[in-house]
Design a protein around this ligand. Structure first.
Ligand code: SAH
Length: 219
């Protein structure tokens, strides 16, 4: 990653913390914690992002822009951030505009299921942090990804049940596990796990299901 992308990531973080005083974008309000839990944590998936095929990148349930904004800036990929909370996307979008980043990073304020009807199989890589259990992430990402596109799941704890359920559903959802890495952030105590699936074929059911079902009635 070059110096100017590091600088831009820091500028984005400072602007976000400033806006966060008025609009609730993140629970993490203090600079050092934000550096660890937003910037470092987001960038911990850079090697997985770089391993995905070339092409557009979508961050699902992006909230305040994580891990999407740091990963976009570090990788140079064309990026779309998606979140259904309009005021969050409006605030993020206005910061991106101030930093002159909107040519590379855009926002979509709507549901992931709506986006997948508009941008079916348009993305080479998707990320999701703190959004849903693995099988739900696979269901939401599958219609957005082109064949060989990758879904990168940023996780803290994953129960054995969540993991085995995802593995059981992978073939049905057209996905296949490609990597699974556990590590600790630089504070020495924050455990993280990054699990990656590749879209290997079209799913065995029509996706997206009706809006809300993926999360309300998980497969
Ligand atoms: N990824 C961010 C935010 C996590 S909170 C981070 O790690 O900091 C989860 C976010 O996902 C919320 O902002 C919520 O509005 C959004 N979200 C949940 N389900 C969604 C859906 N189906 N479509 C779009 N956004 C969704």
């Amino acid at each position: 990653m070059n110096g100017s992308s590091k600088e831009l990531i820091n500028d984005y973080m400072s602007a976000l913390l400033e806006v966060n005083k008025h609009i609730n974008l993140t629970r993490i309000e203090e600079g050092e914690a934000a550096r660890l839990l937003h910037i470092e944590d987001s960038l911990s998936g850079l090697s997985e992002l770089n391993d995905a095929p070339q092409g557009d990148y979508v961050d699902l349930g992006s909230g305040g822009g994580f891990p999407g904004v740091p990963l976009a800036l570090a990788s140079g990929r064309q990026t779309l951030l998606v979140d259904s909370v309009k005021k969050k996307m409006a605030a993020v979008s206005s910061i991106l505009k101030d930093l002159d980043l909107t040519d590379q990073i855009s926002t979509y304020d709507g549901r992931i299921e709506e986006l997948s009807s508009l941008k079916n199989q348009c993305f080479s890589v998707a990320t999701a942090r703190a959004l849903a259990q693995l099988s739900v992430l696979m269901e939401l990402a599958s219609p957005l990804l082109r064949i060989h596109g990758r879904l990168i799941c940023f996780k803290a704890q994953v129960s054995e049940e969540e993991y085995s359920h995802a593995l059981k559903l992978q073939s049905y959802l057209g996905m296949k596990l490609v990597s699974d890495r556990s590590f600790v952030l630089s504070d020495g105590m924050t455990h993280r796990r990054i699990i990656v699936f590749e879209k290997v074929k079209q799913p065995g059911l029509k996706l997206p299901r009706r809006i809300g079902l993926a999360q309300k009635k998980p497969l």
